[in-house]
Write a protein that binds this ligand. Structure first.
Ligand SMILES: Nc1ncnc2c1ncn2[C@@H]1O[C@H](COP(=O)(O)OP(=O)(O)OP(=O)(O)O)[C@@H](O)[C@H]1O
Ligand SMILES: [Mg+2]
Length: 149
């Protein structure tokens, strides 16, 4: 089953939106595989956002993601990456559809609450960057057959 890395960014934690954000993924039918509450180190942040290294917003992005604790999670499901991205909404919250997390709770690109892996390949790398295999739980959810046929 495909897995994706989700982060509740520091603004989501500070604004008391952890529960609301996790609820969106739970309600959608994605299945929780791993979760931890951490302060990201600068090294972890720079590795995670290495693709943006040449972008003008890179430094502020690293500052933002390390400015306070985050909730890191792995969620699984068929097409989990695309499903989670749709639930999160467009990168710029002003353009994010109402009903998406960013469309309902955020106002600015630099405070957009959530990270979600953007491709299955990147998801594998990001999941491995944040979690060891032992930290990822394989479990049987009784509702699985009511969510995916
Ligand atoms: N033009 C910008 N100005 C400021 N911050 C930006 C800009 N573009 C992107 N960012 C920040 O960098 C993050 C990573 O950008 P990316 O293009 O990967 O968007 P995303 O995939 O929607 O977001 P994320 O990777 O956090 O899930 C964005 O979530 C946002 O916080
Ligand atoms: Mg991205």
């Amino acid at each position: 089953m495909e897995q994706t890395l989700i982060l509740v960014k520091p603004d989501g934690v500070q604004r008391g939106l952890i529960g609301a954000i996790i609820g969106r993924f739970e309600q959608r039918g994605l299945k929780l595989v791993a979760m931890k509450f951490i302060q990201m180190s600068r090294t972890l942040a720079e590795t995670h956002y290495a693709v943006h290294k040449e972008r003008p917003f890179y430094n502020s992005l690293v500052e933002y993601i390390t400015s306070g604790p985050v909730v890191a999670m792995v969620w699984a499901g068929k097409d989990a990456v695309a499903a989670a991205r749709a639930t999160i909404g467009a990168t710029n919250p002003v353009a994010a559809a109402p009903g998406s997390i960013r469309g309902d709770f955020a106002m600015e690109i630099g405070r957009n609450l959530v990270h979600g892996s953007d491709s299955p390949e990147n998801a594998v790398n990001e999941v491995n960057l944040f979690f060891t295999p032992e930290e990822r739980v394989t479990w049987n959810r009784l509702t699985d057959s009511w969510i995916q046929e």
